[in-house]
Design a binder for this molecule. Structure first.
Ligand code: DSN
Length: 490
């Protein structure tokens, strides 16, 4: 079975039937709110006609998309499988059980929780469950109470003080970590006393000795590993050794690279699941499912993770859990491994394409699905580069580079990822051409000035004719690798 081109995964349903279903659905929507029907049609046109290189985006299969649009959306189901706060959850129980079973099997995890609505929600569930398991449960046992409602006011105040005074060590945002890994402005930076580890300034690579030294000094309750913009693999066995040495719980956020774990590109020490106590992820990035989150855990942490809803999360989105089940079933097919390997191979082709044309990459390359281009070499900020590329139909996002002089808003980098275009069927040659087109745009973009004549970090001028030239060249690549071929909305 061909797995990179998703439309072909749904042979059983003819393209005609699906086209007709979508057309009829859009007519129903149009009768009520035509602007939404039109925006939905236009979104497909835009996604078909642009080079989607945002590292956290992908294209879900028609089977996943269709599963999302059902009456499961209308059912409340707070609680867990077989233990709900609402009646009538027998079908939701099936959906959640099937999704969790696929997740456990796919990742070889003892326990999977598929309710989180997003990656941030999954991380909040993980934080809460670690606090509950490590701090709250032992305190309750010591005080002879079954739950916090049985505590006296003064015992409760003491416990609250302990829960609110724990330490978290995570990767800093400008080194490639995520906001929720202890970035001060984020809730994670406020819930915990936080410190951050960065990367080696001379190489941009993680230095495990420095992480260990920081962990020994800071002694966190939680050591967070994982990233959103680090273009390299992480040795999770080493991170676990560091966590064990200082008595920390190892939490890995694999939101970005879950597809590479599922597809067995990351194995052994690079697979977080055998090494971490708790693993969080999204389901819509390299994993290619619906938008959502998930938590995997050891047996030890499972009972506290299982209480994520309603302790942290609102009612589960049953239609999304159903779509997660379908996506996870797809990821268990052998073709998904081919896809995942191609994602990583394509990132190397993209990186080589940039390097051979003189661009500077953070860490000098990639060995996952991300390429982080330092656009200061082109005299641009990330914001200018992102905007000029968008004018030419190339969709990326600006991103900080380590010790970024332009801060998190303007930045000096462009983060690029290969999962989406690999789904469309792009391979080595296409990604080399993508690098060529992007370098063409960057070389032909000049930074602008403010109205007062000072250098601007936001405005730019793309040379005449470049956008049209790049769009035409991109169209050749995109037409050869169509998105949802056969799906006609008119
Ligand atoms: N939005 C995700 C990303 O783009 O990496 C992180 O939250």
């Amino acid at each position: 079975m061909e797995c990179t081109n998703l439309w072909r995964m749904t042979d059983a349903l003819s393209a005609g039937k699906i086209s007709s279903s979508y057309r009829q659905a859009l007519e129903v929507i149009e009768a009520i709110e035509p602007r939404i029907a039109e925006a939905t049609r236009q979104e497909l046109i835009d996604q078909r006609g642009s080079l989607k290189l945002i590292a956290s985006e992908n294209y879900a299969s028609p089977a996943v998309l269709l599963t999302m649009g059902s009456w499961f959306s209308d059912k409340y189901a707070e609680g867990t499988i077989g233990h709900r706060f609402y009646a009538g959850c027998q079908n939701v129980d099936i959906v959640e059980s099937v999704a969790a079973e696929h997740a456990r099997e796919l990742f070889g995890a003892p326990y999977a929780y598929v309710q989180p609505h997003s990656g941030i929600d999954a991380n909040l569930v993980a934080f809460w469950s670690i606090l509950a398991h490590r701090i709250e449960s032992p305190a309750l046992a010591e005080l002879g109470a079954k739950n916090v409602n049985e505590l006296s006011d003064s015992d409760w105040e003491q416990l609250r003080g302990r829960l609110g005074n724990q330490r978290l060590l995570g990767m800093s945002l400008d080194a490639g970590g995520h906001l929720t890994h202890g970035f001060r402005p984020n809730i994670s930076g406020k819930m915990f006393h936080q410190q951050q580890y960065g990367t080696d300034p001379s190489t941009g690579l993680l230095d495990y000795d420095l992480v260990a030294a920081k962990a020994r000094e800071f002694r966190p309750l939680i050591l967070v590993a994982g990233y959103s913009a680090y273009p390299r693999r992480v040795n999770f066995a080493t991170m676990r050794e560091i966590a064990d040495e200082v008595g920390a719980t190892l939490m890995v956020d694999m939101a970005h690279f879950a597809g590479l774990v599922a597809g067995k590109v990351f194995t052994g020490d690079e697979d977080p699941v055998p090494h971490a106590h708790v693993v969080t992820t999204t389901t819509h990035k390299s994993l290619r499912g619906p938008r959502g989150g998930m938590v995997l855990a050891t047996e030890e942490y499972a009972p506290s993770v299982d209480r994520g809803c309603p302790m942290v999360l609102g009612g589960p989105l049953s239609h999304m859990m159903a779509a997660k089940a379908v996506a996870l079933a797809e990821a268990r097919q052998p073709g998904f491994r081919t896809y995942a390997q191609q994602v990583a191979d394509n990132a190397k082709s993209l990186a080589e394409g940039f390097l051979s044309r003189g661009a500077t990459l953070v860490t000098g390359g990639t060995d996952n699905h991300i390429v982080l281009v330092d656009v200061s070499g082109f005299g641009l900020t990330g914001r200018q580069a992102e905007s000029a590329l968008l004018d030419a139909g190339v969709v990326t996002n600006r991103n900080s580079v380590p010790a970024d002089p332009n801060g998190a808003w303007y930045t000096s980098g462009i983060r690029i990822g290969t999962p989406a275009l690999t789904t469309r069927g792009f391979g080595h040659e296409e990604f080399d051409r993508v690098a060529e087109l992007m370098v063409d745009v960057l070389r032909n973009t000049q930074p602008g000035v403010t109205s007062a004549g000072a250098p601007s970090k936001a405005t730019y001028a793309l040379a005449d004719g470049v956008a049209d030239r790049i769009r035409a060249a991109s169209a050749e690549l995109l037409d050869k690798n169509p998105l949802y071929p056969g799906l006609e909305l008119s």
